[in-house]
Design a protein around this ligand. Structure first.
Ligand code: PMP
Length: 355
């Protein structure tokens, strides 16, 4: 509490980020980073940018990066916005599009930052409950609203809606922005980017942090028609937000250009996820059908927080989220095959010995 804070700051409940411990030999399966690292071409481009360009300001418009991102999906630079992580892109989107007075709709179990942005920007919201199977029912999103935010695949469940469902949502709210947060889309779900040309109310947000393994570079991006991109740009420029730095722009551009590395690491995650899900099932876990680089699991008769604590004693970190619908579940990032085997053998031991 502080007498200097405005009433808004008193009301804020800040987001609690996943831990980033510095211990050596940690099996870190708590924040959905890539276990494989970025494309070597991206690393080279970043080193070259560091060696040669740091005296100069970066391109404030990230034009080259926006051009290659657009080209990859049949769009133009004017359809692409970039920011310092998709968190920043989301922040600008909440400010640019959702201040209509009516509540913004998003799921009761989804990326917890959405609520934080609503608090920060004083925007009303309504939580739409997931169904019994932890899925999203688009029919529940009907009626007047200030906009819709859909994480697809959803986090922390990993479950995704198909394009028909996304289209239904867009048709329901032609005068409101439907923001589809596709942070995890590359691991098997369908991207809504193919709908951008048809729907002026669609904003698709993606990131380099997961499938392209550049979480440390903080690069996120969005696809939309120019009207929405201009709205985002107006907010960004009004804040005088930092443009992407030269290293981030160079690395991200090279990462987009290295499609083979991207496809290979995504394929490895998908195949490990399949094996991990089956083996967790054998250990008595209910495993939601994930299309992300993590799995969401619940054990029939063991407390999730205790399991997480026992894993931590063995230097394996997974994510346990408190909350009415989430406290009996664990979210586990799909690591390398070796990391997943270490997780599974630790779980076998914990389940057997109860410690
Ligand atoms: N959206 C979702 C659903 C996420 O889980 C995350 C990662 N925590 C983000 C967005 C933000 O990712 P970044 O800022 O690293 O792009």
């Amino acid at each position: 509490m502080s007498r200097f804070w405005s009433p808004l700051v008193h009301r804020l409940t800040p987001y609690v980020p996943g831990e980033q411990p510095r211990m050596a030999d940690l099996v870190k399966l708590n924040t959905n980073e890539s276990p494989y690292g970025p494309s070597p071409r991206a690393l080279e481009a970043m080193k070259a940018a560091a060696d040669n360009g740091m005296r100069l300001y970066p391109d404030p418009e990230s034009l080259r990066l926006r051009t290659v991102l657009g080209e990859r999906v049949g769009l133009e630079a004017g359809n692409v916005f970039v920011g310092n992580g998709s968190d920043e892109v989301l922040a600008h989107a909440f400010q640019a599009f959702f201040g209509h007075g009516e509540p913004i709709l998003f799921a009761d179990v989804t990326y917890s930052f959405y609520k934080v942005y609503c608090g920060l920007y004083d925007l009303p919201y309504r939580l739409v409950p997931l169904d019994e199977d932890m899925g999203i029912q688009v029919a529940d999103y009907a009626g007047p609203c200030g906009g819709v935010v859909l994480a697809n695949p959803n986090a922390p469940t990993g479950m995704a809606l198909g394009l028909d469902e996304v289209r239904r949502l867009l048709d329901m709210h032609p005068d409101r922005v439907v923001l589809v947060d596709e942070a995890y889309v590359d691991f098997g779900a369908e991207s809504a980017v193919s709908l951008v040309k048809t729907y002026p109310n669609l904003l698709v947000v993606q990131t380099f942090s997961k499938s392209r393994a550049l979480a440390g570079a903080r690069v996120g991006f969005a696809f939309a028609q120019p009207e929405l991109i201009e709205g985002l740009t107006r907010v960004k420029d009004s804040f005088n937000s930092y443009p992407l730095d030269r290293i981030a722009q160079a690395g991200a551009t090279a990462a987009v250009e290295d499609e083979d590395w991207f496809l290979d690491s995504v394929e490895k995650v998908i195949s490990t996820r399949r094996v991990l899900s089956a083996k967790l099932g054998d250990l008595g876990f209910k495993v939601l059908p994930s299309q992300a680089n993590f799995v969401y699991v619940q054990h029939a008769d063991r407390d999730a927080a205790e399991l997480a604590a026992h894993l931590r004693e063995r230097a394996i970190i997974v994510r346990h989220l408190r909350g009415v619908r989430t406290s009996s579940w664990l979210r586990i990032t799909v690591g390398t095959d070796q990391q997943c085997e270490m997780l599974l053998s630790a779980l076998r031991e914990i389940l057997l010995r109860n410690c």
